[in-house]
Design a protein around this ligand. Sequence first.
Ligand SMILES: [Zn+2]
Length: 196
Amino acid sequence: MPHISTGDIFRAHLSDATEFAKQIRPYMESGALVPDTLTIAIVEERLKRPDCRDGYVLDGFPRSVAQAQALERMTASHGHAIDAAIDLRVPDDELVARLGARRTCAGCGTIYNLKFNPPQGGGMRCDRNGCGGQLVQRPDDNEDTIRQRLIIYHKTTGPLYAFYRERGILHIVRGDVPPEAVFATVEDIVCGLEVA
Ligand SMILES: [Zn+2]
């Protein structure tokens, strides 16, 4: 089942210099959310690919009620249903600390976290398969931009809790516990789904 992260799709468009890239770039670089109509068009294009036929996990989408409504339309037109919406809850200060410490290898794209998952040896070089690439901070991962993203996030994504609670598919999971514990909880939810 493919894991589809809107952030990853956006970055792939940027690095492949697609037609969508020109439209996405200004938002990504300023830390603003990409507008709904554009995001929806990009996600819809991704969901039409053959690997999505038997289901998918969406990460970072929907982020607004308009996106959630568009997703319902898309899934209905593909004969799919949304089986679960998982809300991973992490306090804002914890998110700022985590995202501020995130670094990406400029060579191979491996993601590190200087606090939780630093490269071995403690340097600022990638240690994966002797890659040695420089670790860089994404332009949208500095503290000011993160705080700005969080304000927008609470305003636009907050109403989604009610949206999915009304549909009876909302699951709230604590995200400020060790990754293995988050994984186990999410796995229990997914394995317990009655998929049509
Ligand atoms: Zn690397």
